[in-house]
Write a protein that binds this ligand. Sequence first.
Ligand SMILES: Nc1ncnc2c1ncn2[C@@H]1O[C@H](COP(=O)(O)OP(=O)(O)OP(=O)(O)O)[C@@H](O)[C@H]1O
Length: 841
Amino acid sequence: MAAPLNGAPEDLMAIELTRPAPTARRWPAALRSPLGITAAVLLLAVLVLAVVAPLIWQDRAEAVQSAEILQGPSSAHPVGTDLLGRDILARVLVATRLSVGLALLATVIGVTAGLVLGTAPTLLGRGGERRLGRWVGRWISAFINIAVAFPSLLLALFFAVIFGVGARGAVLAIGFATAPGFARLTQTMAAGISSRDFIAAARVAGIGRMRILIRHVLPNIAEPLVVSATMALGSALLSFASLSFLGLGVQAPSYDWGRLLGEGLAQIYVHPAGALAAGVAVVLAAMAFNLSGEAVARAIGVRASHTSKHTGTAPGHEPPAAQPEPPPADQPLLAVRNLRVGFPTATGEVTPVRGVSLTMRPGEAIGIVGESGSGKSLTALAIAQLIEHPGRVTADRLEFLGVDLRDDERSRSVEQLRDGERLRGVEQLRGGEHAGSVEQSRAVARSGDGELSSSVEQSRDSERPSSTEQLRDGERLRGVEQSGDGERLRGVEQVRDGERARGVEQVGDGERSGDGERSREGERLGAGPGLSASERRRMLGTSLAMVFQDPMTSLNPVHRVGRQLAEVVREHQRVDRRTAWRRAVDRLSAVRISDAERRAKQLPHEFSGGMRQRAMIGMGVMANPKLIIADEPTTALDVTVQRQVLQLLANIRAAEDVGLLFISHDVTVVGQVCDRVLVMYAGRVVEDVPTDALLHDARHPYTRALVAAVPDMTTDRDAPLAVIPGRPPDPHDLPVGCPYAPRCPLATEQCRRADPPLASYAAGRRVACWHADRAPAAVPGNRTAPAGPPAAVPDNRTVPDDDVVPDDDVVPDNRTVPDHDVVPDDEKDDRPAASLGGERG
Ligand SMILES: Nc1ncnc2c1ncn2[C@@H]1O[C@H](COP(=O)(O)OP(=O)(O)OP(=O)(O)O)[C@@H](O)[C@H]1O
C-alpha cells in the first residue's frame, strides 16, 4: 500500500483567492450541497467514533477468545475475528482514535513547519538592505524546491529511518514529509499577496516585516491554507496507514488501521471481510477529510490558477546622460539623478528605467506621462523604495527631504566613480584646464539663451556619438565618466561667468550641498546623516504616501478601512488605539467620505471605487506626508469620481503644501493638476515641460503626438482619430539611436544612429531630441486650452466636507490616450504624419 503523501498541498500548489469578500453567505449553500452533506456526515462520524469508540468497545476489541479464532462474519462478530479471537470490527472502531489522532499530529507538525519555511523567504528576502536575510531566504527557497522534487513517500520513509521505528518516528516522518509541499504552497501565495498594492502601501507606511506578514499576508492566504491543511490530513491518514502497514509505524500492542490491515492481510483469502475492514475505514476517513476540504474550498471560493512564465532577452541600451536640472534655490523635496531600475534576465539585465533625473521643490506637482511600459510606475516605485529583489535600483543621487535613500551596497560603485570624477572636475577647474569642457559649457550657456540648436549641435558632434558607441560596447565606466562631465559643464560655465567660487563648490561637492541638508534632516530624525534602513523606513513612512491605480487592491480586503488607516499612526506615533481610530475617522471625513464613523467600520469591498481611492488618499495623509506619489489614481474611476479625486489631491496639496508626483497616461489630466510634466519614453525622460507649454509649445515629437492623440469634445468625429503609429519599444530590445525614431516623422539618419541627450534649452525646460529646435506647430484645432489647476483650499488643513465638487472648480476630462497596443497592423505604418502633429515640427 503506497498512498500518496501530502498530495493535497501539491495539488493546491497554485491556489488563489477568487474574491476577497467575506464568505459567510456561501457557507450554508456549500453545506447544503450533496458534497457538503456527504463531507459533514462522514467527518462527524469519524470524529464521534474517535471520541466514543474506545470508551464503548475497548474491552471487546482486546478480549482474547481462543474459542473464536479466525471466525468469519457472524451476528456476534460482523466482520469476523482475528488470530486471537478478538472482534475485528471493534478493533477497527477503537483504532479510529489513534489513527486520526496520529494523522492530526503529523499534519500539525507538517503545516507548522511548512508555514515557517514558506513564509521565511517573504520575511527575510524583502528589502535591499537585508543582504543576509535575502541570502538565507534564497537558501530556504532552494531547499523547498529540492524537497518538493522528491516523492513524498520516499521522504517519509527516509525520515522514518532517521527518527526510528514507532508511532513517534512515524509522526515526525510524515510531518516533515508534508512540510515541503505546504511550504511551497505558502511561499507561492505569500509571494502573490506580497506583490499587491496594499502590501506596498503598508511598506510605504513603514510597517515592519513581521507585522505585515501577520496582519496582511497571512489573513489573506489563511483560507486556502485551511483547505490545504484539511486535505493534508486525509493524506497523512493514508500515509500513516502505509507506514504502520509496513511495520514502521504503530507497534504492538497498540494498533491503528495500518497495523490492522497488516494483520488481516495474512487471512485475506480466508476472511476477506476481516482483512478489508481496516482498509474501508482508512478510505472512508480519508474521504471525510478530503471531501471536507473540498467543501470548505467551495465555500470560501478558492480555485487553482495558472502560473505564468517570464522570459528575458537582451539587456537594454544606455541612454546618454541627461543634463542636470539647475539646482533649486531651496532644498529640494526630492532630488533624483540618473535613476536606473534593472532586472536580471537569462541573457543579462533589462533596464526599463534608464537614467531618470528630476528635482521637485516642496509643494510642487510634477506629472509623469507616457505610454504603457515607458517606466513611469517603476520610477515611482524606485523612489518609494518598493522595487523588490531581484530588481536593482541605482542612482547618482536619490534624496528625499535631504536624506539619501540609496541602498549603499547597490549604488556605491556608481557613487564612487562619480566622486572620483567630481574631484577630477575640481582639479581641472582649478587649473583652468579642460578647454573642451569650456567649449561645451558655452554651448549650454547659449542654449540657456534659447539657442537650443547650438547646444544640441555641440552634444551631437562631440559627446553623443562617442557616448553611444561606448555604451554600446558595454563600457559603463566611461558612461559614468561622461555624466561626471555633465557636472563639469555647469561648473566651468559658472567659472567663465566669474562665479568661480560657486562653480567649484557645486562641482566639487556636487550635489553634496545636499550632504549638509542631509545632516540636518538626520539630526531632525535623531540619526546621523546616513540613516539606517529602519530610520529611512520610518522617515518614508511618515513623509511619503503612495496612492495606487487600483483602489480594489490598494486596501487589505480582510481589515476594516478605519483600522487600516489607524495602523499608520499607531505604527509611527505610538498613539493608543482610540486616538488612532479617531484620527482615522477624521481623515476619512477630510477626504469627504460621508458618515465616516460608520464607514470606518466597513470592509473595503463595502466602499465604492471612488471611496476606496479617497480612503487610500486619506491613509496617505494620516501621517502628514511631504510627498504624495499617485500612480494613475484616476484611471480605474469614472469621470465624476475622477474629478473628485483630482480635486481632493489638489486641495490637499494646496492646504498642506505637499509635493505631488502624479503619474498618468492622460496628458490632459496631468496638465490640470501639475506644475510641470515629465514625458517618459522607453524608460527615460524625453521632455520636461511646464504645464502651460504642454499643449502649444512642446518640443519633442512624442509629446506633441501624445497631446494630439487625445480627443476632446470638439474633435471632428468624421476625421480619423489621431494615433501614434507603431508601438513603444520593448525594454528588452531597444533600437540603436533614439528609441522614438522608428515612430517619429522627423527621424533622420542621425536619430537612428545616436540617442539624443536630455538637454536644457530654456529655464525649466529640457528635451531629448535632435530636432527639438524646429518650431512647434500649433496644436490642431481640435485641441482646447487646458483648464487651470483645480481650485485649492487655502490655509486650511482639512478639506471641505462636501461630497459634490462644483462644476466650475475643475473639469478634468477623462480623455485617455488611445491604446496604441491595439492599433491594427495595417494602420500603423501608413498613418499620415499629420496625425502625429509631426508636420508641425
Ligand atoms: N519586475 C519586473 N521585471 C522585469 N520587467 C519589469 C518588471 N516590472 C516592470 N517591468 C517592465 O518595465 C517596463 C516599465 O514598466 P512600468 O510598470 O514602469 O510601466 P508604466 O509606464 O508604468 O506602464 P503602465 O502605464 O502600463 O503602468 C515594462 O516594459 C515592464 O514590462
